[in-house]
Design a protein around this ligand. Structure first.
Ligand code: NDP
Ligand code: 8X3
Length: 269
């Protein structure tokens, strides 16, 4: 006789928070825009952020009045982030953010470390690390106060695996992975969940940005690669958030089937 007791959830299991308010940084393109659309389709209300006001306005118009609050700021500017999320700036109906998707980020260049631009390195650190910290620090206290919430960080496979030219970009994503673990430790017992999403090659504006607007070079990278689509990442985020409240998905590493690990090269004299 087969027992179902061990394979079914007890009736006391709490569902995830259900639909509520999700704040997505970098919602003007790629993963962020796809995540905004996915969550909106699931009934969530969206706080969409980014630097391009025209794209935020277009997204808000698409998602419908009352479903999307566009906030235009640069995550690198700590004061702007604080101001955007201050109680006096946020309309009352938008103050209790349930889920933060820390997605805004970028890679710049693929040069080896001894030839890289120091300015590019600084921009990546300021955006991927400090920007993520600014937004997290602004929204986390409210989640802890309410005894529920979810921080979803966009890491990368480059936080785990090194490849030539990923130097500082990979370093920032390693920070994001370890910071996600640290958050989990600090938030012990608060009911606030933390997930680090670690995608591999995905087709978005990412490579256009990385290659300084060189569309041909960006297109070549994706040619024949069957790379991930932003929708794939949006679906992974939506799944992690929709798990019952007692389930914390700590990390999701997702690569296109076409991508795998490289050899560890040995240079011979
Ligand atoms: P896109 O370039 O398509 O989108 C990046 C988003 O980040 C844009 O909405 C952009 O908005 C926003 N952004 C960048 N800098 C800032 C800033 N200083 N202030 C506010 N917003 C900013 O890239 P993806 O969607 O592909 O990438 C999203 C995240 O996923 C990044 O953190 C990236 O590192 C990570 N990732 C991407 C992978 C890929 O292969 N595509 C793989 C693994 C991780 P705006 O320009 O309007 O400010
Ligand atoms: C970017 C992932 O594989 O393009 O975070 O370097 S990859």
């Amino acid at each position: 006789m087969t027992s179902t007791a061990a394979t079914t959830r007890p009736a006391s299991v709490q569902p995830a928070s259900g639909v509520g308010i999700v704040c997505i940084t970098g919602a003007t393109a790629g993963f962020g825009a796809a995540t905004a659309r996915r969550f909106a389709a699931d009934g969530w209300r969206i706080i969409a952020t980014g630097r391009r006001q025209d794209r935020l306005d277009a997204l808000a118009a698409e998602l419908g009045d009352g479903n999307c609050l566009p906030l235009c700021f640069d995550v690198r500017d700590g004061d702007a982030v604080q101001a955007a999320f201050s109680q006096s700036n946020l309309p009352e109906a938008w103050r209790a953010v349930d889920v933060l998707v820390n997605n805004a980020g970028l890679a710049l260049g693929l040069e080896p470390a001894h030839r890289c631009s120091l300015d590019d390195w600084t921009t990546m650190v300021d955006t991927n690390i400090k920007g993520l910290l600014h937004v997290t620090r602004a929204l986390l206290p409210g989640m802890v106060e309410r005894g529920r919430g979810h921080v979803v960080n966009l890491g990368s496979i480059t936080g785990t695996y090194a490849y030539p030219g990923a130097n500082v970009y990979g370093g920032t994503k390693a920070f994001v992975m370890q910071f996600s673990r640290g958050l989990r430790a600090d938030l012990h017992g608060t009911g606030v969940r933390v997930t680090n999403i670690e995608p591999g090659l995905a087709e978005s504006e990412f490579s256009m940005v990385r290659f300084g607007g060189d569309a041909d070079r960006a297109a070549k990278l994706y040619e024949g690669a069957s790379a991930l689509h932003p929708q794939d990442i949006a679906d992974a985020i939506a799944w992690a958030v929709s798990c019952p409240a007692h389930v914390n998905v700590s990390r999701i590493e997702v690569m296109p089937t076409s991508q795998s690990f490289g050899a560890l090269p040995v240079h011979r004299a």
